[in-house]
Ligand binder design. Structure first.
Ligand SMILES: N[C@@H](CCC(=O)N[C@@H](CS)C(=O)NCC(=O)O)C(=O)O
Length: 211
């Protein structure tokens, strides 16, 4: 085994990486980090990722004092360079940029606002927290829907799975948890249905890793 992934079953950022590993058929050992405990702030985990977040990919054969790679975008880009087939970033430079734009709409524009620390700083009232979640998820999905209407076929960009879908589908899972319906996002709904039919999606999904 060359890799170990520190992850949490319900973490959308972790699902992105689990999915890429499954899609590219790269064997990996999975180590759960409980985001609901103080494990994220433990010295051992902070040594892996000073942000205290998951996912973290550990390179087991790399003989360096810091064999950890964090940030799902950096991990996915690295996997794509070293394991280019099957590709998650196909096409010409403009298409690749569009895929990255969609991914960043979720990665930078939507998911960070769902993090427990951001939500708790906003309010300790569960109803207020839900409103906060819903506001930012709807804004992100609305933008994604508008962009995807210009690029989507079966998936976000064309008819094959790309990196963009690996960001979108876990965010849809969070939308469901926060009672945001996908009905007002027909393109996203279609992509979601197509993605859930994929073996690599199902074997990397939260349900497959639920403790
Ligand atoms: N930009 C980071 C985001 C990582 C992130 O936010 N991870 C969340 C779970 S999805 C986390 O570890 N949260 C811990 C917390 O909120 O304390 C990435 O893409 O890897």
């Amino acid at each position: 085994m060359k890799f170990r992934l520190y992850h949490y079953w319900r973490s959308s950022s972790s699902w992105r990486v689990r999915w890429a590993l499954a899609f590219k058929e790269i064997p990996c050992e999975f180590v759960p980090i409980n985001l609901l405990s103080d494990e994220t702030e433990s010295p051992a985990h902070l040594a892996r990722n000073p942000m205290g977040y998951v996912p973290v990919l550990e390179f087991l054969e790399q003989k360096t004092p810091y064999p950890f790679l964090c940030e799902s975008v950096a991990i996915l880009e690295w996997l794509e360079e070293v394991y280019p087939q099957p590709s998650l970033l196909p096409g010409d430079p403009f298409q690749k940029a569009k895929i990255r734009q969609l991914a960043e709409t979720i990665n930078s524009g939507t998911q960070p606002l769902q993090n427990l620390n951001a939500v708790q700083l906003h309010s300790s009232d569960p109803e207020e927290q839900k409103k906060w979640h819903q506001t930012w998820i709807k804004k992100g999905l609305h933008a994604y829907e508008t962009l995807a209407q210009q690029t989507a076929g079966k998936f976000s960009v064309g008819d094959t799975l790309t990196m963009a879908d690996l960001f979108l589908i876990p965010q849809c899972y969070n939308a469901k948890r926060q009672e945001v319906s996908l009905e007002s996002f027909p393109t996203i709904q279609r992509i979601h249905e197509n993605a859930l039919k994929m073996e690599s999606c199902r074997v990397s999904a939260p349900e497959a890793f639920q403790p």
